[in-house]
Every structure is written in C-alpha cells, then in structure tokens.
Design a protein around this ligand. Structure first.
Ligand code: PGA
Length: 249
C-alpha cells in the first residue's frame, strides 16, 4: 500500500437507537486503543450526537449516512452539510447502493453532493458498485467508470485525495457472499485507474471494499495492494466483531 492509512468504517444503516449506540461506543473504545487506523462510525442521524460525545478524544470519527446537496431549503426530511458539521460530524457516506436502489439516489444528485460535502469540509465516502446482472454481463468496469466519472465530475483534481471511495458490489451486500480478494482487488485497481485518469493524486485516495466483510475475511481482503480498508455493515453492529476487523487492517 502506497502510504495510505487503513480506513475502517462501520455503516450501521437503520440500526441502533441513541442509547444502543452509546453502549456500542463504550464497549468498542477500550478494544481499539492501540490502533493507528482511521476508524469511522456511521450511525443514523438520531444517534450522531451521542456517538460524537462518547467518542470525543478517542480518534474515532463520525460520519452521516447521507446528506442533501443544498445548504438549506424546502426539502422536507433532508439534512444539509452545515447541519452535520455543526454537531461535529466529519464525514458522510454518499451514493450507498441502498439509497440508489430504494430511494432514487442518482449520479446526477451525487455530482452535486460530493463537491458540496468537500466545500463544507466533510470527507465524502463515495460508494460505487455493480449489480450481479452487470457483473455476469461483463459490465463491472463500465459501471464503475460511469459512476466514478459522473459522481466526481465537478471535483477538481487537487481535491481528489480528500475523497474516500468504497467499492461495494451489490451482490455482496448483506448476502453473506463476499467478493474474493482477487475480484475485489481487480475492481478496486480499476477504480484507481479511473481516478488516475482524472488527474490528481489517485495513489493517495483510500479505496475500501464493502460487502459481507467479517472478522474471518477482513485480513485477506485488506492485504490486497489496492484495498485500503473496509466499509462494514452487518458485522459492524457488534463491538467485538468490528474491533476485530479494525485490528485486521
Ligand atoms: P454488509 O454491508 O457488510 O452487511 O454486507 C456493507 C454495506 O452495505 O456498506
């Protein structure tokens, strides 16, 4: 790995009340005191404040799971970057496949969201990945290229290194079916080539793998030369499992 600090993020999705989140943080922190990796927790909006308070001074950072591209406006149910920053959020997951599939998230919106997050000072964790049909049809690279080019269209090359990318093949999310380390490496090396083609320091960008990462497979995935960490869903809900993944990086 070219001097990239491993990055492990817990995507809790719509799990954990604020009280449950507090309990998780209390249990997690003593288990990861020795780590030098970047550790990021992505709780639901209602638990962000609690997780920020409890993890203060620990090095653990907190991300939201989505945001709107505008600073404010008539967008019922949405949350903006300044609102997240105000309470101490430092990063934001953008373009998760569940948002693309179930909530109509588009590459067009992401082309505004990614620069809006950067401009506000939030670290975007941009998720990309192909469906099973696309993979079977040999279109994995085409999908990754299209998503990255569209979602990053308005990002200046000099800003590229501030972005984290998560390659999450949709067929591996929540299915227990992990990409093999070779499949993940191949797709992530391709994604890095796409970034390289955009100019800027693509070798400084952390590119994560996501999709059924567990303590048992995290080590071999993250040992691949281009895989810089993991975006963990199911296995991030239990502090012992998540700490084991942090340690495996
Ligand atoms: P999973 O989810 O680890 O449960 O497959 C990953 C994700 O959706 O980010």
């Amino acid at each position: 790995m070219a001097d990239r600090i491993p990055y492990i993020a817990a995507n809790w999705k719509m799990h954990k009340t604020a009280a449950e989140a507090a309990e998780f943080v209390e249990s997690l922190l003593p288990r990861i005191t020795a780590t030098e990796n970047d550790v990021v927790l992505c709780p639901p909006y209602t638990a962000l404040g609690e997780v920020i308070e409890r993890s203060r001074g620990s090095g653990v950072r907190v991300a939201a799971q989505n945001m709107h591209e505008a600073e404010s406006g008539a967008f019922t149910g949405e949350v903006s970057a300044p609102m997240l920053l105000e309470i101490g959020v430092e990063a934001v997951v953008l373009g998760h496949s569940e948002r693309r599939q179930h909530f109509g998230e588009t590459d067009k919106a992401l082309a505004h969201k990614v620069p809006a997050a950067l401009a506000a000072g939030l670290e975007p964790i941009l998720c990309v990945g192909e469906t099973e049909e696309a993979r079977d049809a040999g279109q994995t690279e085409g999908v990754l290229e299209r998503q990255l080019q569209s979602d990053l269209a308005a990002v200046e090359p000099a800003e590229l290194a501030r972005i984290v990318v998560a390659y999450e093949p949709i067929w591996a999310i929540g299915t227990g079916r992990t990409a093999t380390p070779e499949q993940a490496q191949e797709a992530i090396a391709f994604a890095r080539d796409v970034l390289r083609g955009r100019g800027g320091d693509a070798d400084a960008v952390r590119i994560l793998y996501g999709g059924s990462v567990k303590p048992a497979n995290a080590g071999e995935l993250m040992a691949q030369p281009d895989i810089d960490g993991a975006l963990v869903g199911g296995a991030s809900l239990e502090p012992g499992d998540f700490a084991a993944i942090v340690e495996a990086a």
